[in-house]
Design a protein around this ligand. Structure first.
Ligand code: MTE
Length: 330
């Protein structure tokens, strides 16, 4: 890992580390995160070159067992699948998707997130919609879902770390919500803010990281047909590890753009700061569309590996969703 270049803010003095505060300091978090934030798999398993060997064996890692809590998630009845979004690849097994996650609030160990979210409660939950809008509102999650046109869409998801999945999200197009709150003309961006509860989310106890997790989209991106606010997956309510009770799904962008467990959506005139861009700006840009021709500074983005099966596919520009979004960037 010596070839990794850490930005200065990731370096802290040895003196800051005492047995008492080990968990609560940046050095420990850094260790937890595999030394350089996103990209732990690459950092540990042989990137930057795509070698095809030495990668995590997702199949064995996941063990194929059903998470004990699965039955507890409320079923979403009368869901209509939108045929325009078919995923174009075999669907990822639910168990695989449930047990391999990025949710740094809890841990950087992707295969352990599902075990670390025990104390997370997705109800009661309120979502504030504010900033430059005509109709600011605080919604109870149930009221919001009732007011929105919920449907199911099979989307591909591509993490910047090169793992990928195909899952059926249930939710509603973000534009349905935007129309309801009526952003002002000068609103140019939407900013998403994730929950903040360090008492149940150990990763958040490091005050030097830019918690809460935030992300953002331009107004045109937010209004695009593809931009989806998910409240469920595989026909039931979102489990905590997937970002219950409300998360973003922008399938043409790298997965880190999809903030989980959102408590606030704010419309702003200026481009909002985001979690990863604040931490490591030269690796994680605001726009971050999937693009096989633009390598991550530490690894190639040419290929991707499906969780669950380990199948490898060439990565497509905009993750294959150019038909919907290419026009935004011409
Ligand atoms: N949102 C929050 N709040 N915290 C996170 O750590 N990780 C992001 C994104 N949203 C993250 C987040 C990253 S890097 C990815 S790839 C996806 O969530 C993973 O979503 P999944 O675990 O549901 O597959």
């Amino acid at each position: 890992m010596s070839n990794l270049i850490l930005p200065p803010e990731w370096k802290i003095s040895e003196n800051a580390v005492t047995p008492e505060n080990t968990f609560n300091n940046r050095r420990e978090f850094l260790k937890m995160m595999g030394a350089a934030g996103l990209g732990i798999a690459g950092a540990l398993y042989g990137s930057p070159a795509w070698a095809g060997t030495g990668w995590l064996d997702f199949k064995n890692l996941l063990g194929g067992k059903t998470p004990e809590k699965k039955g507890e998630y409320a079923q979403l009845d009368h869901l209509k699948r939108n045929p325009a979004f078919a995923g174009d690849r075999p669907m990822t097994e639910e168990d695989a998707a449930l047990k391999y996650n990025n949710f740094y609030e809890f841990t950087s160990e992707k295969d352990r997130v599902w075990k670390r979210v025990e104390k997370f409660q997705a109800k009661p939950w309120q979502v504030e919609i504010g900033g430059l809008v005509e109709n600011p509102a605080v919604y109870d999650i149930d009221d919001l879902v009732r007011a929105m046109p919920v449907e199911e869409r099979i989307y591909r998801h591509r993490c910047v770390e090169t793992w990928a999945m195909v899952v059926p999200w249930s939710g509603f197009p973000m534009k349905a919500l935007v129309k309801k709150v009526k952003p002002a003309d000068k609103a140019k961006y939407a900013r998403f803010v994730s929950f903040m509860k360090p008492e149940i989310a150990p990763g958040q106890r490091d005050p030097s990281l830019p918690w809460p997790y935030t992300e953002g989209l331009s107004m045109e991106e937010a209004m695009n047909e593809l931009t989806f606010l998910a409240v469920g997956v595989y026909g039931h309510a979102l489990p905590p590890q997937h970002g219950a009770p409300l998360r973003v799904a922008t399938p043409w962008k790298y997965g880190f753009k999809s903030a989980k467990s959102i408590v606030k959506i704010e419309f702003t005139e200026t481009q909002p700061a985001t979690f990863w861009n604040t931490l490591i700006p030269h690796e994680y840009k605001f726009v971050s569309n999937v693009d096989p021709d633009v390598p991550h500074p530490r690894w190639s983005q040419k290929k991707e590996r499906m969780i669950g099966t380990g199948d490898v596919y060439p990565t497509q520009k905009y993750n294959g969703y150019g038909k919907w979004v290419a026009g935004l960037y011409e």
